[in-house]
Design a protein around this ligand. Structure first.
Ligand SMILES: Cc1ncc(COP(=O)(O)O)c(C=O)c1O
Length: 383
């Protein structure tokens, strides 16, 4: 047999997946490694999808998505993100994953470089590999609240640089970039003629701060904003998101839907439409709940004497475990085996994640309390 694809072979396995697999064999585990809302999809969205299926929305849609959904997205972007776009700038995708992957493919030539956040969501690097690009990791540090520093980015720019990926609110750090920094990032992209891909999937999960879309500072059309219904409306399994880009880039992203996805699921697109058109109380209720989980976790972590950055958004916190002299994988494995608590090892998010573990705030308050109490007891036993 001929060898299988070296591209796929070279893709790193997610450390979160490794911990999840190990957790299967351990009884009574508290899962603080998960990255998806614990809430069910709001009922009115499920009902709208059911009705749409009954009405025959069970066929292919245009590559760029249903016009009716794209129109709703245009209204949402004006009302929520302060962006003025037309339907020609909107491509509905198979989750943000589909939008990010096809956005990268739409702009990259083989061997071109992409600036990727470190620590950052591991899928960014995987997608760059699949798009035949080369990742250049830009470090984020707790000293700067995990907000990118332009000087660090400048040092990584080469003639082959093509794209910078930014993610605010961030997975795994929970950082939400201030407007000034967002503007500085677009300015940086502009000075070096880079595309800026903004992963905005946690845009509505912010606690007392504003999420600022990079597209607000973009007169040249170099920003590609990628959004999702997954986190905002607890719709991870419906697989629907969207990319916002200049018309020429949007056309390429839409063209790429054909070979990989054809289109996002038609019934999910109708569900997404109902999500945008319906009452938004569910978004506020979930945000409030995540904020209370954030405060609960912060108080438990503080009581345990741990250092962490209080997240301003998303539903994760990075906990500094460097004083315990175990690498983050060993720490996560021992925490699982000794205390039955699953967390994500920081190293899986990049070299700058070493010395941390990521704790998810998406589970219930009871799970967070139980998990972090066991975490504290595990640390006492280590001392
Ligand atoms: C930063 C980030 N982007 C994108 C996604 C995936 O979003 P979707 O479900 O819309 O593909 C996730 C999911 O965990 C994420 O953390």
């Amino acid at each position: 047999m001929q060898p299988l694809s070296s591209t796929v072979k070279n893709m790193r396995r997610s450390g979160i997946r490794e911990i999840m697999d190990l957790a299967h064999g351990v009884p009574d585990v508290v899962h603080l490694e998960v990255g998806e809302p614990g809430f069910p999809t709001p009922k009115h969205i499920v009902e709208a999808a059911h009705q749409a299926a009954e009405e025959g929305f069970t066929k292919y849609t245009p590559n760029a998505g249903l016009l009716s959904l794209r129109e709703q997205i245009v209204s949402k972007l004006a009302a929520v993100n302060g962006l003025s776009v037309s339907v020609d700038n909107v491509v509905v995708t198979t989750g943000a994953v589909g939008g990010l992957a096809t956005a990268l493919m739409a702009v990259l030539e083989p061997g071109e470089e992409v600036l990727v956040p470190d620590p950052g969501w591991p899928n960014f690097e995987m997608m760059v590999i699949c798009a035949a690009g080369v990742s250049k990791l830009y470090p984020l540090s707790q000293d700067n609240d995990f907000v990118p520093e332009i000087e660090a980015l400048e040092e990584l720019v080469t003639p082959r640089s093509k794209v910078v990926i930014v993610n605010s609110p961030s997975n795994p750090t929970g950082a939400v970039f201030p407007a000034k920094q967002v503007e500085a990032l677009v300015d940086f992209a502009s000075r070096h003629d880079l595309y800026l891909i903004a992963d905005e999937v946690y845009e509505q999960i912010v606690f007392g701060v504003e999420h600022v879309s990079p597209g607000r500072f973009d007169p040249d059309g170099r920003v590609i904003g990628v959004h999702s219904f997954s986190k905002t409306y607890a719709m991870t399994g419906w697989r629907v998101g969207y990319a916002i880009a200049s018309q020429s880039v949007a056309q390429f992203i839409a063209k790429l839907q054909e070979p990989f996805f054809s289109c996002a699921s038609s019934v999910s697109q109708k569900a997404a439409e109902a999500a945008l058109m319906g009452p938004q109380d569910c978004v506020i209720e979930m945000r409030t709940e995540y904020e209370s989980h954030r405060d609960l976790a912060a108080s438990l972590l503080r009581d345990a004497g741990l250092s962490f950055v209080t997240p301003d958004g998303a539903f994760y916190t990075m906990v500094d475990v460097s004083p315990f002299n175990l690498d983050s994988y060993t720490f996560a494995r021992e925490l699982l085996q000794e205390a039955g608590v699953a967390v994500a090892p920081g190293r899986t998010f990049g070299p700058s994640g070493e010395g941390y573990v990521r704790v998810s705030l998406a589970p219930t308050a009871e799970e967070i309390t139980e998990g972090l109490e066991r975490f504290a007891a595990f640390l006492r036993a280590l001392e």
